[in-house]
Design a protein around this ligand. Structure first.
Ligand code: PAF
Length: 283
C-alpha cells in the first residue's frame, strides 16, 4: 500500500490509473478503523480498480466542546488493517495540507434544510465541515465512486444531496451498518464506553427494533411510537438526543401511508453520543 500525505503526491499516484482508464474508488475515513470501515473498502473494491482510503480527523466537523482532541488516533493499526485488504493508496494528510488557510478561512460547502435536523440540529456546523472536506476529497481524487456507511444515515443523505445539487460526477454507495454480535452498531466512539455502558449500549438498537416491529404489525401512530421509545431509552439510562421516524429519502417526519421509513436515533451514555438507525419497508 502506498501511503501519501500531500495532495500533489496523491494526484501523481492516481495519474497512471486515470490514464489507463481505471476506475477510482474512494473511502473517506477518520481512522480508528473497525469492521464497518473495512466493509466499505471491500465494497469499494467491487466497484473500482484502484482504492484510495483517506484518513483525516477533520477539525471543521467538530464543535468547540466535542472530542476532536481525544478522537482515537491509531495510525499504524489502521495501516495494517488496510494492508491486509490490499488497499492501493492511503491518503493521510495533515490539517495544514487540507486547510492551508485555516478551517475558518476556507471556502465551504453548505447543504441547506436536511442539515438543520437531527445531528445537524444538535451539532451546528457539523455538516458544513463534512460536506466541505468530502467535496475537497472528491475534487482531489476525482474518484468515480465513493462508499459511505449507512450508520451515519443523515451524513449519507446530505452527501447524496450535495452530489445531486452540485452535479458532482461521482457515484455514491451506501453500505449497510455493521453490528457487533449483540446488535450495537460499530463505531469508533464505542471505545469511549465504560464496561457498564457497553453492556447497556445495544439497548439502543433493541428500542429501534421494537418500533420496527410495531410498524411492521401496522401501527402508524408514529408520534406515540417515538414518544414511548424516547421514554424507554431514558428509563434504560440513556440521555436521548433525538428519536424520529422519518421518510427515508427526504428526512421529513413520516406520514401515514409512507412506505420507505427510517427510524433514526442519537442518545448519550455518559458523555458518549451513540447513533443508530433502522430501515422499515411498509407493505
Ligand atoms: O464519517 C466519517 O468518518 C467522516 O464524517 C468523513 C466522511 C470521513 C468526513 O470527515
Amino acid at each position: 500500500m502506498l501511503i501519501v500525505n500531500t495532495v500533489k503526491a496523491l494526484q501523481e499516484a492516481l495519474q497512471p490509473y486515470r490514464s489507463a482508464n481505471k476506475k477510482i474508488g474512494l473511502v473517506p475515513t477518520m481512522g480508528n478503523l473497525h469492521q464497518g470501515h473495512l466493509q466499505l473498502v471491500k465494497t469499494a473494491k467491487q466497484h473500482a480498480d484502484v482504492i484510495v482510503v483517506t484518513l483525516f480527523v477533520n477539525p471543521t466537523q467538530f464543535g468547540a466542546n466535542e472530542d476532536l482532541d481525544s478522537y482515537p488516533r491509531t495510525f499504524q493499526v489502521d495501516c495494517d488493517k488496510l494492508e491486509a485488504l490490499s488497499t492501493d493508496i492511503l491518503f493521510a494528510p495533515t490539517t495544514d495540507e487540507m486547510y492551508p488557510r485555516g478551517g475558518d478561512n476556507t471556502s465551504h460547502v453548505h447543504v441547506p434544510n436536511i442539515t438543520n435536523v437531527l445531528c445537524g440540529a444538535s451539532r451546528p456546523g457539523h455538516f458544513d465541515g463534512v460536506t466541505t472536506i468530502v467535496s475537497k476529497l472528491f475534487n482531489i481524487t476525482r474518484a468515480d465512486v465513493a462508499v459511505f456507511g449507512e450508520k451515519d444515515y443523515q451524513q449519507l443523505a446530505v452527501i447524496r444531496r450535495m452530489v445531486e445539487d452540485l452535479n458532482i460526477p461521482i457515484s455514491i454507495i451506501g453500505e449497510p451498518i455493521v453490528r457487533e454480535a449483540d446488535g450495537l452498531a460499530m463505531s469508533s466512539r464505542n471505545g469511549y464506553l465504560s464496561k457498564e455502558q457497553r453492556v447497556l449500549a445495544p439497548q439502543l438498537h433493541e428500542v429501534l427494533r421494537d418500533i420496527h416491529q410495531s410498524i411492521s404489525k401496522g401501527d402508524d401512530d408514529f408520534k406515540t411510537l417515538q414518544n414511548t421509545a424516547t421514554t424507554e431509552l431514558s428509563k434504560l439510562g440513556f440521555k436521548p438526543d433525538y428519536l424520529h421516524i422519518y421518510h427515508r429519502d427526504n428526512l421529513r417526519p413520516a406520514k401515514k401511508g409512507d412506505k420507505e421509513l427510517v427510524i433514526v436515533a442519537a442518545a448519550y451514555l455518559g458523555s458518549t453520543r451513540l447513533i443508530d438507525n433502522l430501515h422499515v419497508h411498509c407493505t
